[in-house]
Design a protein around this ligand. Structure first.
Ligand code: LLP
Length: 435
């Protein structure tokens, strides 16, 4: 039996793959495929690792914000609310999803490097508590929108600390030449801070940075915190402004295959906190409330995708393709980033994993690969269920209707029960917007 990458994966006596203790072949039969599963107990467990570490390590006002771009649907906002997390939202769509789910929008932080005037108004209408501001035009637009309402808008300024997190380019965001934020090194961070302090309808609460995603390096958050706290100290000295909040962004990586390392998040946060306490003491500044915005490390291993196998195409002397009834439309991450995944034939866990193949989707292009070079059970054939592990992050939220394929439902697993959180898209849904 393989060593599973997360302890919510197991095999039952009948040799079937289980997720959150439930037989995945039975779930596939009940709900159909393709199917996103989400282990609610694991999700809550992952949230609590953060909230408990924060309670232990940081002062009042400190908070974990779930980065909902990793997986956004109403039920996940409700769960985040129940677990005491705030949320990071990046679009009117995420704001609407959270708001209409009854999430307390005072705890929502609105990101994005290009908020339109309409976005800003909509966020204010929904009572979004804090904006995370990327640049000067946006700052002025928020000031004007708040002035029109006769209010002051709380915000953080997003800064780029100039840190290389050693991850892949598409998610590397903390460097000086990033499209996000104002760089400290170029003086733009100081200029926008001075501007924010001069605007009547702006309540500057502090600063934000996000260095990247899939971060494994041990000291990345310490390095980012050091640069940011030096900046906080400089601003205090020069402008008499004391930052109340410092948001260090998201980014801890998760294992997708047995070859990947894992991060002990509770322990890491303890180390970051210790470093922040010492640095604030050294700089003689009051410690701001600390925020973090984890996405992937909260949802990734709470997810699994099930597909039904269609064709098993053997090309003698070349390779074998196993095609399933989903693909890059529900999981574009291999096509986009060369992302790795662990895959199984759910009903054949007792068989040797001897079928070396490319697991591919049903979309009309060769790039539609879910994972190349995987070993499925040797007897894998049409009608079997293929399972792809660790798909909770950036799968549903990046899914598309490419080839007019309806998006799969999300079924939550909780305490041995299951329920639909997002229903399956129908063919009627696909033409709903067409005139
Ligand atoms: N905060 C900010 C400002 C972010 O931009 C992100 C991710 C996060 C927090 C959450 O980072 P996490 O904890 O999930 O690493 N689509 C890519 C990942 C893009 C990450 C974008 N920003 C993927 O599938 O790997």
């Amino acid at each position: 039996m393989p060593d599973f990458i997360c302890d919510n994966i197991s095999v039952n006596a009948a040799g079937r793959l289980c997720f959150a203790g439930q037989d995945t072949t039975a779930l596939a039969a009940r709900y159909g495929t393709p199917l996103y599963l989400m282990d609610e107990d694991r999700l809550r467990h992952n949230m609590r690792i953060y909230t408990q570490a924060f309670q232990r390590c940081f002062g009042p006002g400190s908070r974990v914000l779930y980065a909902s771009k990793a997986n956004a649907f109403r039920q996940i906002y409700r769960i985040a609310g129940e677990e005491g997390l705030g949320v990071d939202v990046v679009s009117p769509g995420e704001i609407h999803s959270a708001h209409s789910a009854g999430f307390d929008m005072a705890l929502a932080y609105f990101h994005s490097n290009n908020k339109t005037d309409a976005d800003i108004r909509y966020a204010m209408d929904c009572g979004v508590g804090c904006f995370v501001v990327d640049g000067e035009e946006e700052l002025r637009a928020i000031d004007a929108a708040a002035a029109a309402r006769g209010t002051r808008q709380k915000l953080l300024l997003r800064l780029t600390p100039g840190i290389d997190p050693h991850t892949y380019a598409a998610v590397d965001t903390g460097r000086v030449d990033s499209k996000f934020g104002s760089a400290i090194e170029t003086g733009q961070a100081e200029a926008i801070t001075a501007l924010a302090l001069s605007l009547e309808h702006i309540d500057l609460a502090g600063f934000h940075c996000h260095v990247g995603s899939m971060v494994f390096d041990e000291d990345v958050f310490q390095r980012a915190a050091a640069v940011m706290l030096e900046f906080v100290a400089m601003v205090q000295k020069k402008y008499g402004f004391l930052a109340r909040e410092l948001d260090l962004g998201g980014g801890y990586g998760v294992p997708y295959t047995a070859a990947d390392g894992s991060v002990d998040i509770g322990a890491r946060i303890g180390e970051v906190a210790e470093y922040i306490h010492q640095t604030c003491a050294r700089l003689s500044i009051a410690e701001p409330a600390i925020l973090m915005e984890p996405g992937r490390s909260i949802v990734a291993d709470a997810g699994m995708t099930l597909y039904t196998v269609g064709a098993v195409k053997r090309i003698p002397g070349y390779k074998t393709y196993v095609s399933v009834d989903g693909g890059m439309s529900d999981n574009p991450r291999y096509a986009l980033y060369g992302a790795k995944y662990t895959c199984y034939t759910a009903g054949r866990m007792a068989e040797p994993a001897a079928l070396r193949c490319d697991l591919v989707g049903r979309c009309c292009e060769s790039g539609d690969v879910i994972q190349p070079d995987v070993c499925l059970a040797e007897g894998t054939c049409r009608g079997d269920i293929a399972a792809v592990c660790t798909t909770g992050a950036y799968n549903y939220s990046m899914a598309s209707n490419y080839n007019r394929i309806p998006r799969p439902p999300i079924v939550m697993l909780r305490g041995g029960e299951s329920y639909v959180a997002v229903r399956r898209e129908s063919l009627a849904d696909l033409v709903m917007l067409d005139e």
